[in-house]
Design a protein around this ligand. Structure first.
Ligand SMILES: Cc1cc2nc3c(=O)[nH]c(=O)nc-3n(C[C@H](O)[C@H](O)[C@H](O)COP(=O)(O)OP(=O)(O)OC[C@H]3O[C@@H](n4cnc5c(N)ncnc54)[C@H](O)[C@@H]3O)c2cc1C
Length: 443
């Protein structure tokens, strides 16, 4: 059995370090000027031919390289990566980098042990009969095994192209950071995962932030109403202007500032918000175009079996883009979180290198909001029945999510070290009533 992903809590820091060591030397084509730790090696002219080709250069790709090397020390690995950077951790972009962490800490060290990184290149077509991928510059890559780790792309609004930062990449982070050097007022569109984190990060850096979203409260698609409502007040207490029940209907540039038109959903009244920078976090969609064009099975993500293989025996998919049947929850799922990228990517690498894999990991996820934070596992969805067990109301406690008296998800609010306990409850065949759950996980 592969060892990757077996201790999810440790993956936040330890897996990155493990992968960093496991991967080793890397040839970069071409060089990113923003990462000083690598040197350029030109391979132009030759038709690249690799035992393993990975499309996408994110966290899943970095984990897959480690997985491959766990089994196969020699097979050549080529990564085709659209971003002009080596793989890096995305979670710090909206958290640690706004506190005390340096930018240098995010890079997943994929140098050593013969990985060639074709960065700044986008794979545009696949021919599965001749086992080739062609990029946007016309280079064709021959593969033995292929991993699609193309992740997700942010949803966009139909206006404000030049003004709105759809926060996903290190370049987005650097652009926003640059704006904060001179700007004071920021607007954040979206009260979900990314919006709530970026609003907190900006406010913690002394910026005046307006948070705009159509729901009634921050994170209301995940949290029970009392917690979501508490968060509106909590953010306001931190100086954030919170505008629930509002949507942005336009964005223009005026005197070097962004001017947003913000409409109250109930009254339809509009007002303008002027900002030095605008960030949007309004959801993402999986990058499935390549798979679709090659007639791989796609249904809210690229479908894979427990070996992380698509319906083509030499093509695998993992991370944000992959949809897998989760045996614990007994449903098809596509998970957009770090533990999933690390664990699924690692297992995909192991599987591609020829070792049997039966992937059944139930990933956890986490977030930080000012000094608050949580870990969560399973289906954390406020449409389910919710049972709250507070040690300190809205400050510390557990929320259980149930369907038909079975636990589907667990939110550990400012409580740590209980993810495995949550997993056991979700895996349990027992029926639970709300009173059974109070105190079930020790607080
Ligand atoms: C700001 C931010 C904060 C986050 N914080 C957390 C957190 O706190 N906790 C948590 O659990 N998760 C968090 N996440 C989610 C986590 O980062 C993602 O789940 C993870 O990055 C997914 O990795 P991936 O490699 O599958 O996809 P991605 O990270 O999307 O990487 C895919 C890469 O493939 C490239 N690509 C796409 N198509 C092509 C193509 N055709 N050719 C070549 N390259 C291509 C893309 O440019 C991209 O670089 C956060 C995400 C963001 C953006």
């Amino acid at each position: 059995m592969p060892t990757l992903g077996t201790t999810p809590q440790l993956l936040r820091a330890a897996d990155a370090a493990h992968i960093a060591q496991a991967v080793g030397e890397c040839l970069f084509v071409p060089l990113s000027s923003s990462n000083p730790s690598v040197s350029p090696v030109s391979r132009e002219g030759a038709m690249p031919n690799y035992t393993y080709v990975i499309v996408g250069g994110g966290m899943t790709a970095a984990a897959a390289v480690a997985g491959i090397r766990e089994v196969d020390g020699d097979g050549s690995i080529g990564i085709i990566a659209a971003e002009p950077h080596p793989p890096y951790d995305r979670p710090p972009l909206s958290k640690a980098l706004w506190k005390d962490k340096p930018l240098a800490s995010i890079w997943r060290k994929v140098d050593g042990k013969g990985v060639t990184l074709h960065q700044g290149r986008t794979a545009r077509a696949m021919d599965l009969r001749s086992k080739q991928v062609t990029d946007d510059q016309g280079t064709a890559y021959i593969f033995g095994k292929l991993l699609l780790a193309t992740g997700c792309t942010p949803r966009r609004l139909p206006f404000g192209d030049d003004q709105i930062i759809y926060f996903r990449t290190v370049d987005d982070y650097e652009r926003l950071r640059g704006l904060t050097e001179h700007g004071d007022r920021f607007a954040v569109i979206g009260g979900g995962f990314i919006g709530s984190e970026v609003a907190a990060a900006l406010a913690m850096n002394g910026k005046r932030v307006t948070l705009i979203f159509p729901d009634q409260a921050i994170g209301s698609r995940m949290y029970p109403p009392e917690l979501a409502t508490f968060l509106n007040a909590f953010y306001r207490g931190k100086g954030v202007e919170v505008l629930p029940g509002t949507s942005v209907t336009g964005c223009e540039s005026r005197n070097g500032k962004a001017v947003l038109k913000v409409r109250d959903v109930a009254t339809k009244r509009e007002r303008e918000i002027i900002a030095d920078g605008v960030v949007a976090g309004i959801g993402v969609q999986p990058n499935v175009e390549l798979a679709q064009a090659a007639q791989l099975t796609v249904d809210n993500g690229i479908r894979v079996n427990a070996s992380l293989c698509t319906n083509h025996p030499d093509v695998y998919a993992a991370g944000d883009v992959a949809s897998i049947h989760d045996p614990t929850l007994n449903q098809w799922r596509r998970v957009e979180h770090e533990d999933n990228a690390n664990s699924m990517g690692g297992h995909a690498g192991v599987a591609m290198a020829g070792r049997m894999v039966s992937y059944d990991h139930l990933p956890f996820f986490y977030s930080d909001l000012f000094e608050m934070g949580y870990e969560a596992v399973g289906e954390v969805d406020s449409h389910l029945e919710m049972v709250v067990d507070w040690k300190n109301p809205c400050k510390e406690g557990v929320v259980y999510y149930l369907r038909d008296r079975r636990v589907r998800g667990v939110l550990l609010w400012n409580v740590y070290g209980l993810v495995d306990g949550g997993r056991r409850l979700i895996a349990s065949a027992d029926s639970f009533s709300p009173s059974d759950l109070k105190g079930r996980l020790p607080l």
